[in-house]
Design a protein around this ligand. Structure first.
Ligand code: HEC
Ligand code: HEC
Length: 331
């Protein structure tokens, strides 16, 4: 492993500049800006992401639980959905979610398009169904025009709806964090404490699971690898899909990009602060009682992973018309 890494960097340094070699040795890579986006679909998807008419109450949009003013989360322990339903699990961020190997804590949706159909029809979330959601959109002339521009037809179906939302989500990358500036060679981008935190993050073994462009999102790992995690939350992780005992409490390793913004932490929202989350991780994943000054340094490093947040004008949604199905009265 060590040898092949050395050979790799020798090969790279023979062909590329020195700063690129230094970066290739790091377990974390900079977030790339979104590319290859279908703009018409993404613009439409942005409107759909903000449109509460996709919910039965006419009140809840994707942005309600993945608030793009708050790091793509709701900052709640577990989400609140239809009729104030307290959801079973913490809402992960939609920022950089295109980098995930699969979607949801247990990975049950293979990609963003498949994921986007879920919440619209989930009784505890938006509580609509695909038929009604499509009917609502189809009735709105402004949407018909936009679907025509994005897909070449005014015929709306759930496949196009989820495709457009997924295309918008692909734009939600957060490049240019201070840490990425450092990776790219700006050695003044981090202070001594933050750098020490990064060293600790690597030396302690956090990078065994949190690595790559998203600093996570690439594997499923047991929560409580060394010591069991104590929680009242009922989620079983990947076991729920496979019924394989080895998958019990295996969850997707979350991205640590923008983690300063996405509190509270863990699938059950059980850690309110970053400090608490880091200290718990060290203990139950790596068997280490980490002194507070080390925890503080890692937290300082993690805060340098906050990238440039998506910038756009709040979309103005095309109005309903007389024939648009109305939200269900709240009883
Ligand atoms: C009522 C709150 C709520 C609403 C509304 C909602 N979500 Fe979510 N979302 C969640 C929760 C909670 C999860 C995690 C569920 C799980 O893993 O079992 C999640 C998971 C996701 C994920 C997976 C992220 C990851 O890292 O695995 C994506 C992407 C996402 N939602 C996008 C959307 C989109 C698009 C919409 C609108 C169509 C939407 N959500 C509506 C609460 C919500
Ligand atoms: C064996 C794999 C593994 C190791 C090692 C590991 N983590 Fe994690 N980390 C996970 C998993 C899995 C989760 C999600 C667990 C859950 O919510 O059930 C997680 C969650 C987190 C979270 C919360 C993120 C969020 O959005 O909820 C933080 C912060 C974190 N880890 C930091 C660290 C730090 C710092 C270290 C080193 C001290 C570390 N992790 C070591 C697998 C690991």
């Amino acid at each position: 492993m060590k040898l092949s890494k050395t050979i790799l960097s020798l090969v790279i340094s023979a062909t590329l500049s020195v700063s690129v070699t230094a970066m290739a040795d790091e377990p974390i890579q900079p977030v790339q800006a979104a590319s290859g986006i279908n703009t018409a679909q993404a613009e439409l998807g942005k409107k759909l992401f903000f449109d509460p008419r996709l919910s039965r109450s006419g009140f809840i949009s994707c942005n309600s639980c993945h608030n793009l003013s708050m790091g793509g989360t709701d900052n709640l322990t577990t989400s609140i959905g239809h009729k104030w339903n307290q959801g079973p699990i913490n809402s992960p961020t939609v920022l950089n979610s295109s980098l995930n190997i699969a979607q949801f804590w247990d990975g049950r949706a293979k990609d963003l398009k498949e994921q986007a159909g879920g919440p619209i029809a989930n009784p505890g979330e938006m509580a609509s169904n695909h038929e009604i959601a499509v009917k609502v959109l189809q009735s709105i002339p402004g949407y018909r025009k936009e679907f025509k521009a994005a897909f070449g037809t005014e015929q709306i179906d759930i496949d196009k709806v989820t495709q457009a939302i997924a295309e918008f989500e692909k734009t939600l990358k957060t490049p240019d964090s201070r840490f990425d500036q450092w990776l790219k060679g700006d050695k003044n981008a981090l202070n001594q404490t933050e750098l020490a935190g990064y060293q600790l993050f690597k030396e302690t073994g956090c990078t065994a699971c949190h690595y790559g462009e998203a600093v996570g999102g690439t594997s499923f790992q047991k929560m409580g690898l060394v010591q069991p995690y104590k929680t009242d939350n009922k989620a079983l992780g990947v076991y729920a899909l496979t019924k394989n005992e080895a998958d019990r409490y295996k969850f997707k390793v979350p991205t640590l990009r923008n983690v300063e913004l996405t509190y509270p932490y863990f699938h059950d929202g059980g850690a309110q602060t970053l400090s608490e989350a880091v200290s718990t991780m060290a203990k139950i994943q790596l068997g280490k009682d980490m002194p507070q000054d080390q925890v503080d340094k890692i937290v300082a490093f993690l805060k340098t992973l906050t990238g440039k947040q998506p910038q756009f004008t709040l979309p103005i949604l095309p109005p309903s018309v007389d024939s648009t199905p109305r939200p269900e009265p709240f009883k």
